[in-house]
Design a protein around this ligand. Structure first.
Ligand code: HEC
Length: 105
């Protein structure tokens, strides 16, 4: 196998994977029951993910901050109910979910 072929197939794989991220993350949000309190486009118990993405657009630390809150819970930011901690979410999953939420604006 030529070096070029390896590089090209690597690129194709990478493109395919990133196209799948949106779906996979949405499934993860369902599996972790985030969808019980959040929708992408409308406020429920918690804020719409679109509103979250807009609020933190341009904030460099947003991904790490939100990942921490996804696991540890949050209150007082959106003025209404409080988000309980989500201990079933691993650090890696929280990072994936935070990145996905921030991509939704
Ligand atoms: C029991 C309901 C509930 C569940 C389950 C829940 N959330 Fe929340 N979430 C909330 C509420 C309420 C807020 C607003 C808290 C606040 O005002 O600080 C919130 C806020 C957030 C925020 C914004 C935090 C901020 O600082 O602006 C993110 C991101 C978020 N949730 C993601 C998730 C993800 C991902 C999951 C699944 C692992 C999840 N939530 C599960 C109720 C929930």
């Amino acid at each position: 196998v030529s070096k070029t072929a390896v590089i090209v197939s690597g690129l194709i794989l990478a493109a395919g994977l990133s196209a799948n991220v949106a779906m996979a993350s949405e499934d993860l949000a369902k599996a972790k029951l985030c969808t019980g309190c959040h929708q992408v486009g409308a406020k429920m118990v918690g804020p719409a993910y679109k509103d979250v993405a807009q609020k933190y657009a341009g904030v460099k630390t947003a991904e790490a901050d939100l990942a921490k809150k996804i696991r540890g819970g949050s209150k007082g930011v959106w003025g209404g109910a409080e988000m309980p901690p989500n201990p079933a979410v691993s650090e890696a999953e929280a990072a994936t979910l935070a990145k996905w939420v921030l991509s939704l604006k």
